[in-house]
Write a new protein. Structure first.
Length: 96
């Protein structure tokens, strides 16, 4: 019985460790679809379009529609959160 409990604990710990190393969904979507057309300099250039979280969200929504990705609102939010936190260093409306 103790061996089963120990084996279960090891399995849970391994699963948690693997998930901790997995990038967030917003980063995966961004890296898969967004950088296909442009690199990350669009977020740091002086004449960037988005200046706050609301504008980042609007741009992500706009471009995923233009490309025909049909992302859910949750996917748009995940990508917006990732971009806001990583490149703009902006707080998200909710915790990113």
């Amino acid at each position: 019985m103790k061996l089963r409990i120990f084996a279960f604990a090891v399995l849970v710990a391994a699963t948690l460790d693997a998930r901790a190393q997995e990038p967030p969904a917003g980063q995966i979507l961004h890296d898969t679809y967004c950088v296909f057309c442009h690199d990350t300099r669009v977020y740091t250039r002086e004449d960037r379009v988005a200046r706050d979280y609301r504008e980042i969200y609007a741009q992500v929504r706009r471009w995923q529609q233009n490309v025909g990705l049909k992302w859910s609102d949750a996917d748009i939010e995940k990508v917006s959160n990732f971009i806001a936190a990583k490149y703009y260093k902006l707080p998200c409306p909710d915790a990113c």
